[in-house]
Design a protein around this ligand. Structure first.
Ligand code: GLY
Ligand code: MN
Ligand code: MN
Length: 439
């Protein structure tokens, strides 16, 4: 995938927001799986967002203090047939010049020699410390040497800042191009959920459903699952990050599937549906499902410009706690149960997160004491649930749980775009009404 105007536009904005700071943004490295086998490569989303370049180990420099035509520099692994025969095609320095709109390209091993030159004249350095151990010593050494020479050179980058506030602020607000990609990621993910629900039968293994939904993601030309798919039957659904996916699905089980695809350019879906594998909710399952669905629908109604993600969470929480009080699984005033956290043995996570190039996407949720206001172009998940098991102790003052409720775990998760006046549920083709889930 070569460079496009979307990436150019992002670089222009990033360069203008850097002022006179030089930014150093590294690509991801290959990660060892075991012995000398590596995981499939996954690019660093910050690097991808600015470059659209999908090779490991590269380093991008953004140099607003240099003249136009010298502001975007990419260091890449050089072309090398002996390496490419093992690990595949590389663009090399000429390839990135011709195809990725870089101003200047160099082989990666020239970075130590050239970095001092590129940082010369910058007011400061934008580099995220603590995340890139292979590169950090070089950045700090180069900076230190500039400071050492300052009395005679007369200038040096004086401070080190994190580029994330600038970059993540940009990534949080999706433009029209990104919104299209998010729509596609959510649509394919939602279609996968529909297909796997129709396929599921008692007596199958959780793995059968995993294979089915991930097969669909791959058939649609995506990279596959955006994260470890969760296929959890019965009580396994009470394990929030269950990924073993190898148990028998029994008649009468609910199946919780939390899965989404990642597109070729890394935009992600993140959807959860929970359904009765035999097409009929039990009484307890139905009561809990209705509480969660009501909570989710109320929370989605809060997603509009000017509101905030905290309020989306609190709305879902209020509906969940009210419902749990109504059926006797919690006792007390709704507000005081929430204040004391006396619900947290039944609902132990927040109601959502930003979604984008990362599944738990970047961007602030609050600025000091203030919750960030929702704006058009932001995308978040809305994912309340209830999980009833013996894993956590019942808080003091709350009732012991009757056996008939235990082993039920339900979550309903949609991907929601903030629009000009309201919101759009990007994943809405995945059925979630009681009528649609029963047959
Ligand atoms: N699938 C991860 C999450 O829902 O946050
Ligand atoms: Mn999620
Ligand atoms: Mn999820």
């Amino acid at each position: 995938m070569a460079d496009s105007s979307a990436f150019r536009r992002r670089r222009d904005i990033f360069l203008s927001r850097l002022g006179a700071y030089a930014a150093i943004i590294p690509a991801a490295e290959l990660v060892t799986h075991h012995a000398d086998c590596e995981y499939p490569f996954r690019q660093n989303s910050d690097f991808w967002y600015l470059t659209g370049f999908d090779e490991p180990s590269a380093v991008a420099l953004f140099l607003p203090h240099k003249p136009k035509g010298e502001q975007y520099v990419l260091f890449v692994l050089p072309k090398e047939s002996a390496a490419e025969v093992w690990t595949g095609f590389r663009w090399g320095t000429k390839g990135v010049l011709d195809n990725f709109n870089v101003d200047i390209s160099h082989p990666l091993d020239a970075l130590p020699k050239l970095l001092p030159h590129y940082l010369e004249g910058a007011e400061g350095i934008a580099f995220r410390v603590g995340k890139h151990p292979h590169l950090e010593p070089l950045v700090l050494k180069t900076w230190s040497e500039h400071l050492q020479k300052l009395p005679r050179s007369g200038n040096a980058p004086l401070s080190l800042i994190a580029p994330c506030p600038i970059l993540h602020d940009l990534r949080l607000r999706k433009d029209d191009f990104e919104i299209d990609r998010m729509r596609i990621a959510s649509k394919i993910s939602a279609e996968g959920h529909q297909i796997v629900r129709e396929f599921a039968r008692p007596g199958m293994n959780e793995k059968d459903l995993q294979a089915q939904i991930e097969k669909y993601f791959l058939e649609k030309g995506t990279r596959g699952p955006a994260y470890g798919s969760i296929i959890a039957a019965g009580d396994n659904a009470c394990v929030l990050h269950y990924t073993a996916n190898n148990a028998l699905i029994r008649d009468g089980d609910l199946v919780l599937i939390d899965a989404g695809c990642s597109l070729e350019d890394y935009y992600n879906g993140d959807i959860t549906r929970t359904f009765p594998v035999n097409g009929k909710f039990s009484g307890e399952q139905k009561v809990l499902y209705e509480i969660i669905l009501r909570a989710q629908e109320a929370a989605i109604r809060c997603v509009h410009p000017g509101d905030n993600a905290e309020n989306v969470h609190l709305t879902a929480l209020k509906f969940l706690v009210e419902g749990l009080v109504d059926i006797g699984l919690l006792i007390g005033e709704v507000d005081s149960i929430i204040e004391q956290g006396a619900y947290s043995h039944l609902y132990m996570h927040r109601t959502g997160h930003w979604l984008g190039l990362d599944v738990h996407d970047v961007g602030a949720y609050r600025l000091g004491d203030f919750h960030l206001k929702l704006e058009p172009g932001m995308v978040l998940t809305v994912e309340p649930g209830i999980y009833i098991s013996d894993r956590l102790p019942v808080p003091k003052g709350q009732p012991e749980i009757d056996e008939r409720w235990k082993g039920i775990g339900i979550r309903i998760e949609d991907d929601v775009l903030v629009t000009k006046n309201s919101s759009e549920v990007l994943s809405d083709i995945a059925s979630k009404s009681l009528i649609d889930l029963e047959n």
